[in-house]
Design a protein around this ligand. Structure first.
Ligand code: NAP
Length: 248
């Protein structure tokens, strides 16, 4: 049974703990400054029995945490977002300490597949100029950012696979949209955990692709899959690379 250390025991850490056994894993250590029953800082003694650490904390804490974990030669799953400008530094940590690190802004396996489906669908539609392309995302009213990082990723996928669309626009336009623009709208309201749609529309008909998150379980399950995968490896990987390996 894979032994896990949770660095950060917030919403994601708790969901991972809840689902760990279903994936043949066991949580043996938790580090979190919020909850007094757990140590607030990473220390070697607490993590001595841990095979893989899952880091879901805060952008301000993630690099320091990963630096400490790599120095302890722990395998690491990084779920915390907002540190993309330091990818090279983290890659070097994996090399220097001969450990394995995998990261993603979205650990949903379904979203990863959805992104691939959108890429292929857009390539097909690109051969038929009568179809226009649009995108839409909807999230709960507590979400901090807009558009979602996943919406930006999906928009980039459309742009990369469509010869006529060269620019994504996310804001209200107050003007007619230009043919080269891809409009990707954001809606905030209620408790929607996450809906992303990409549509292809002609005068005659329309195709709508949708990915709907039911709850955080899909993200936690993907992070657990990543933990099982990185346990066997050394080096620095994106979740996309793990999915590439699984799909070939
Ligand atoms: N990759 C994905 O699929 C995915 C999915 C969901 C969320 N995320 C990202 O993962 C991160 C956490 O999300 P969440 O929803 O779980 O947030 P959350 O509920 O706020 O939980 C974060 C927890 O980490 C703790 N923490 C902060 N600094 C720490 C440190 N140095 N060491 C250990 N624990 C620390 C926080 O404690 P305090 O409250 O005391 O600061 C809090 O308990 C965010 O960056 C979020 O964007 C990624």
């Amino acid at each position: 049974m894979l032994r896990l250390g949770l660095i950060g025991y917030g919403k994601m850490g708790k969901m991972i703990a809840h689902l760990a056994e279903s994936k043949g894993c066991r949580v043996v250590a938790i580090i979190d400054p919020e909850d007094p029953q757990y140590p607030s800082r990473i220390n070697p003694e607490e993590l001595k029995d841990v095979d893989v650490c899952l880091e879901f904390t805060h952008p301000d804490a993630v690099i320091d945490n990963v630096t400490q974990l790599a120095a302890l030669h722990k395998k690491i799953v990084i779920g915390t977002t907002g540190w993309n400008d330091r990818l090279e530094e983290v890659r070097q940590l994996a090399t220097r300490h001969q450990t394995g690190i995998i990261y993603a802004a979205n650990f949903s396996i379904g979203m990863n597949l959805f992104n691939r489906i959108v890429a292929y669908a857009t390539q097909l539609i690109d051969k038929f100029p009568e179809y226009d392309v649009w995108g839409m995302e909807m999230h709960h009213n507590q979400k901090a950012d807009s558009p979602s990082g996943t919406a930006i990723q999906l928009a980039n996928t459309v742009l990369a696979n469509h010869s006529g669309k060269t620019q994504a626009v996310y804001d209200t336009l107050y003007r007619r949209i230009q043919p080269h623009e891809l409009h990707f709208a954001s809606i905030r309201g209620g408790s929607v955990p996450g809906l992303h749609q990409v549509g292809y529309d002609s005068q005659a008909d329309s195709i709508t692709l949708a990915h709907n998150v039911r709850d955080r379980a899909c993200l936690a399950l993907g992070a657990l899959e990543a933990a099982l995968w990185i346990h066997e490896r050394q080096g620095f990987y994106s979740f996309n690379e793990m999915m590439d390996a699984r799909l070939c």
